[in-house]
Design a protein around this ligand. Structure first.
Ligand SMILES: Cc1cc2nc3c(=O)[nH]c(=O)nc-3n(C[C@H](O)[C@H](O)[C@H](O)COP(=O)(O)O)c2cc1C
Length: 204
């Protein structure tokens, strides 16, 4: 099959686009607003984009309630900092709770029964039970063109200035992926996690 994305003539019950860009890591983003209220939300339009220096991006799009954009965008624009928490398998339900579209100033971390832990180099706290957290300073926000249907997506790009890792997921000097068990987003309401790992060396 082939379809024209502008026409959306795939003939399937649901748009397959996100299922084709899969698995996607989930950036579980903590921000604070100018008054210090904590906000936590998952973003699967998320990835690492550089390792020299380490940099990541997440992409909020759309809006709800009275806010002109998602709180994770407004907060990072106001304060210039964010934390990416890694979603391990045991945190998947809590992560889902934090996707609730709640009023500005409502702390999704509390809503999901999670405890915060202070970050070292930025104001937004990390999720204490997350196996790793990347403390980030905003580099740039790039607004994407959008399709006129809702508030366009923006790419929020940040430099990772500090990294927390739970010692339990470090074995023999490496991150043990089977202990780390990051959750990946697929299409529809589907997710996956890491239950096998193989190695492949690049050609010389
Ligand atoms: C696994 C998962 C991935 C998501 N990825 C995105 C995303 O990449 N971009 C986005 O705008 N919303 C995404 N959402 C929806 C947001 O998490 C949701 O709109 C949330 O309420 C935004 O919160 P905020 O307004 O506090 O930033 C995702 C939801 C889930 C459950």
């Amino acid at each position: 099959m082939f379809y024209d994305t502008a026409k959306g003539d795939h003939g399937l019950p649901n748009d397959p686009f996100k299922a084709l860009v899969a698995p996607r890591p989930i950036g579980w983003i903590t921000t604070v607003d100018a008054q210090g209220h904590v906000n936590l939300a998952p973003f699967s339009f998320y990835n690492g984009v550089s390792d020299a220096p380490p940099m990541v991006m997440y992409c909020p799009g759309g809006s709800y309630g009275s806010a002109p954009a998602k709180h994770s965008l407004l907060n990072v624009q106001a304060t210039g900092e964010f934390v990416v928490n890694v979603v391990s398998e045991e945190l998947k339900e809590a992560m889902n709770v934090t996707a609730a579209m709640v009023d500005v100033g409502i702390d999704e971390m509390k809503l999901a029964g999670l405890e915060p832990a202070a970050s070292h180099m930025v104001k937004p706290p990390r999720v204490a039970r997350a196996p790793a957290a990347l403390e980030c300073k905003l580099w740039k926000v790039i607004e994407l063109p959008g399709n006129g249907a809702h508030v366009p997506y923006s790419i929020v790009i940040g430099t990772v200035v500090g990294i927390y890792i739970d010692d339990k997921v470090v074995k023999d000097g490496r991150i043990d992926m089977l202990a780390f068990k990051p959750v990946g987003r697929l299409g529809y309401s589907e997710y996956s996690t890491v239950d096998n790992v193989f190695r492949m060396r690049r050609p010389e």
